[in-house]
Design a protein around this ligand. Structure first.
Ligand code: PBG
Ligand code: ZN
Length: 327
């Protein structure tokens, strides 16, 4: 093998066009999924305090936003709903006229090819803010799965294109897959939040979704941040149960996990650059402590380089605009 001075890696770095030619990883609009928050009412567009540029929107505003997202060439959105009323069993989550069901119908009517993904969980809909039904302070797995199945079916009936369970109950992917198939929705893919850690990076999302647990935390169902082998077991069981797309979440602090999941299973793999990752880059950018656009692109490139095929990111619109301006 050649060594210095014959071998000079810088030869391919002097010329910007040559740099373009040898670039190994490329970020495109097709990599992007844009998260959106639906609230009841009309004409509402509330900025989330800890997430500059992210808004809770009423359905009329949300529909206009989705038209813009489609026009920008972003292929997909993922929807989160904040219901009018919350209760112990999260009824708003599986109400045929719930916030998400209405939002999906309105968006599908007003857009042409935008892929509408719905997040399936109960925490935005329960009065206690937990992801399932409770017995005292315990989240009951199997009883919760029954409700998640109802929620997934009602999203499919409203016209959702992809169902994304984020709850981390055991067995929910299989149960949802089976129910979708029985109802004739065998063409609707399931994007599983397969590897979801109990992370401090979700803080700003809980402001946006008004889903902070009233007591305790999510450690009895979300994964311990210290574990890797368990992540592979989580991914494997969701694949066996019929997941079409596997997600790792958060993304930036879990690049090793994205890499190992992709390497091992070779599945379409999504990564969620979560609210806290976004908030940190925004905050530092606003203070001029970092070049926000540059760090935004670098953070997304890292996630792609680690093996993600799709990235859920609050930066999606900004990235799409950047890519248009820098063709
Ligand atoms: C609901 C859900 C959460 C996120 C996505 N779906 C919050 C949580 O688990 O507390 C977090 C997304 C983000 O932080 O951007 N289960
Ligand atoms: Zn939840």
């Amino acid at each position: 093998m050649a060594t210095y001075p014959e071998k000079r890696l810088r030869r391919l770095r002097y010329n910007p066009t040559v740099r373009d030619m040898i670039r190994e990883t490329v970020l495109t609009k097709n990599d992007l999924i844009y998260p959106l928050f639906a609230v009841p009412g009309k004409g509402i567009k509330n900025e989330v305090k800890s997430m500059p540029g992210v808004y809770q929107m009423s359905i009329d505003v949300l529909v206009e936003e989705c038209k813009e997202v489609e026009k920008l060439g972003i292929p997909a959105v993922i929807l989160f709903g904040i219901p009018e009323h919350k209760d112990e069993v999260g009824s708003g989550a599986y109400d045929a006229n719930g916030i998400i069901q209405q939002a999906v119908r309105a968006i599908k009517k007003e857009t042409k090819k935008l892929v509408v993904i719905t997040d399936v969980c109960l925490c935005e809909y329960t009065s206690h803010g937990h992801c399932g039904v409770l017995d005292g302070e315990r989240i009951l797995n199997d009883e919760t799965v029954d409700l998640l199945v109802k929620e997934a079916i009602s999203h499919a009936e409203a016209g959702a294109d992809i169902i994304a369970p984020s709850d981390m109950m055991d067995g929910r992917i299989g149960a949802i897959r089976k129910a979708l198939d029985e109802k004739g929705f065998y063409e609707i893919p399931v994007m599983s939040y397969a590897v979801k850690y109990a992370s401090g990076y979700y803080g700003p999302f809980r402001d946006a979704a008004e889903s902070t647990p009233a007591f305790g935390d999510r450690r009895s169902h979300q994964m311990d941040i210290a574990n890797t082998n368990e992540a592979l077991r989580e991914a494997e069981s969701d694949i066996e149960e019929g997941a079409d797309i596997i997600m790792v979440k958060p993304a930036g602090a879990y690049l090793d996990i994205i890499w190992r999941v992709k390497e091992k299973f070779q599945m379409p793999t999504a990564a969620y650059q979560v609210s806290g990752e976004y908030a940190m880059i925004k905050a530092a950018g606003r203070n001029n402590w970092i070049d926000e656009q540059r760090v935004m692109l670098e953070s997304l490139m890292a996630i792609k380089r680690a093996g993600a095929d799709m990235i859920l990111t609050y930066f999606a619109k900004e990235v799409a605009k950047y890519l248009d301006a820098n063709k």
